[in-house]
Ligand binder design. Structure first.
Ligand SMILES: Nc1nc2c(c(=O)[nH]1)N[C@H]1C(S)=C(S)[C@@H](COP(=O)(O)O)O[C@H]1N2
Ligand SMILES: [Mo]
Length: 531
């Protein structure tokens, strides 16, 4: 009985030692990452490597199920798995202390490999946090498991002797003290790592608050007064930055120092390759435009669309200066590949970028420098193209190439090479399963078909006929358009559907398509009950 209890005790102690070893490994890795490169932190690189390898359908599921919390869920999942393995290694150390410690080192090697596999890997140094963390973790496991009275690497296999500790063990009090000291030291190291990482971003934060945006040489036309309907629950015409959707693969938002930022333009047919500094862009005539941005991962009725007032450098002029000609004028490169500081690549058709539309290297968003989450200091915005083929945030490199020669990040993951935005409409109000009172109910929402514009929106109640909604004034063909419909609601359950027609006369197809590979299609509908 006492032997049994001792075994349980020892197993629990070793499990605790395993957890502490895992925690120490993470904390030590954070500390080293804080010194070397915050983006090379252990959970960040493993999470990033998982994202890189996630099939399109799974990524889409994650976005659908967890929304913008998808990254948090991923990181918590990784931590949970690590904790389970660490506990398991601890239990293993009851009998096989060396094997268990070596197991911790294996994790370090996996972490290091993940770090080096990331597209933004800064070279061998990125392996350091995981390796150092694993070494610290292995040492903690080896020592604590020994203190917990584990069999020890050299001890003969066989049932434990039944004594509390096999001679190598410490007193219970000694073990608990050592554990507490380890936990405290690891916590300190981890926090210090975070502080160091934060300090590295200080220069970038200062460079952003010190940046004053020049007035545009070509301001955006005032939004027509009739473009904004006063229906409660409808999406505002301009999406405030704090509410603007965010979709990217960055587990740590890149903090780029504007002073050190450079943009290189080079590649096929670039007769005058150049590198620009931010001041050079700011000194050029800037244009300001309202443009609606849409994510290809937006489901029918989904939230990944927003409209902002962007300030930036016309991209076509900059490219022309570098000698780039679009394919229609004899240029050989048909694909523009934008690369970000975090290694993301996005490919846009050169023809689209240079066809006269307001393709921008944006510096400002709704009257302020780009927020860090939205690409500070510079990002691309191309009206009419989904974000993943155009809207590179934290951009640092533009390479002219061909669609034949290179597949960017998402295309390597089964998404379409070319992806113009599909015509879509969304019911913002009433919400699904709302219970509006009988009588007049305002049905309202937004519709978008960037480059083509929206010319008609229709609403259908149950199996009734399609009825014209009232359109708000159009701002430009590149912005979404609000609409509303006055519905005389009778008691009962009702399905409200919407469809839009774009400037080319095409009405949205009823055909449901998934987001992969080139954007969802189908009519948005909501079911409501009128009590
Ligand atoms: N560097 C970088 N840029 C990126 C992405 C990314 O993952 N990394 N995601 C793209 C996608 S899929 C979209 S829809 C838009 C979203 O821009 P937002 O987050 O500012 O709304 O950014 C694009 N630019
Ligand atoms: Mo996207």
């Amino acid at each position: 009985m006492s032997s049994f209890r001792t075994t349980i005790d020892r197993t629990a102690s070793c499990g605790l030692a395993g957890l502490l070893a895992g925690f120490t490994a993470l904390a030590a890795a954070e500390l080293v990452a804080g010194l070397v490169r915050p983006a090379a932190g252990p959970v960040t690189v493993v999470g990033g490597a998982v994202i890189d390898r996630t099939p399109a359908a799974v990524k889409d599921f994650a976005i659908r199920a967890f929304g913008e919390k998808d990254k948090l869920v991923l990181q918590l999942g990784i931590l949970l798995l690590l904790a389970l393995f660490a506990f398991f290694l601890g239990v293993l150390a009851v009998r096989h202390r060396r094997v268990a410690a070596a197991g911790v080192l294996v994790f370090g090697i996996v972490g290091a490999a993940a770090a080096l596999s990331r597209p933004d890997s800064a070279g061998g140094g990125d392996a350091l946090p995981a390796l150092a963390g694993a070494a610290a973790g292995a040492a903690v496991l080896y020592v604590l498991a020994g203190g917990a009275g584990g069999a020890g690497g050299a001890a003969p296999a066989g049932p434990p002797s039944g004594d509390a500790g096999t001679g190598s063990g410490w007193s219970r009090r000694g073990f608990l003290t050592a554990s507490a000291v380890t936990a405290a030291a690891a916590t300190g190291a981890g926090l210090l790592g975070r502080v160091l990482a934060g300090q590295r971003g200080q220069g970038a934060v200062a460079s952003r608050s010190g940046l004053t945006l020049p007035a545009p040489a070509s301001p955006a036309a005032a939004v027509p007064s009739g473009a904004e309907l006063k229906v409660p629950g409808i999406s505002g015409f301009t999406t405030p930055n704090r509410n603007f959707y965010r979709v990217d693969t960055a587990l740590v938002t890149p903090k780029v120092d504007a002073g050190a930022w450079r943009l290189r333009i080079h590649g096929e047919g670039v007769s005058r390759p150049r590198t620009y500094r931010l001041e050079e862009l700011l000194a050029r005539p800037l244009i300001e435009r309202d443009i609606t941005l849409t994510c290809v991962s937006n489901e029918v009725g989904g939230p990944y669309v927003g409209n902002a007032r962007w300030l930036g450098v016309p991209l076509a002029g900059l490219l022309a200066e570098c000698g780039v000609r679009p394919p229609s004028q004899g240029g050989k490169a048909d694909q523009l590949v934008a690369r970000s500081v975090d290694g993301m690549t996005l490919g846009s058709p050169v023809e689209d970028v240079m066809d006269g539309r307001d393709a921008l290297l944006a510096l400002g968003m709704n009257g302020e420098p780009l927020p860090f989450d939205h690409g500070f200091p510079v990002r691309m915005v191309v009206p009419g193209l989904y974000g993943y083929v155009s809207a590179c945030k934290w951009i640092e490199d533009i390479e002219l190439t061909t669609f034949d020669a290179y597949d960017p990040y998402w295309v390597q993951r089964k998404w379409a090479r070319r992806a113009p935005v599909k015509t879509q409409s969304r019911i913002d109000t009433p919400k699904p399963f709302a219970r509006p009172a009988a009588g007049t109910v305002m049905v309202a929402g937004v519709a978008w078909a960037q480059r083509r514009g929206i010319t008609r929106v229709e609403v259908r109640i149950d199996d009734g006929p399609w009825q014209d909604a009232e359109l708000a004034a159009e701002d430009t063909v590149d912005t979404w358009r609000q609409w509303s419909y006055r519905w005389q609601a009778a008691p009962g359950g009702h399905t409200i559907a919407v469809r839009a027609t774009d400037g080319t006369g095409q009405t949205q197809t009823e055909q449901r398509a998934r987001t992969v590979p080139d954007g969802s299609s189908g009519w948005h509908s909501v079911f409501v009950t009128v009590p």
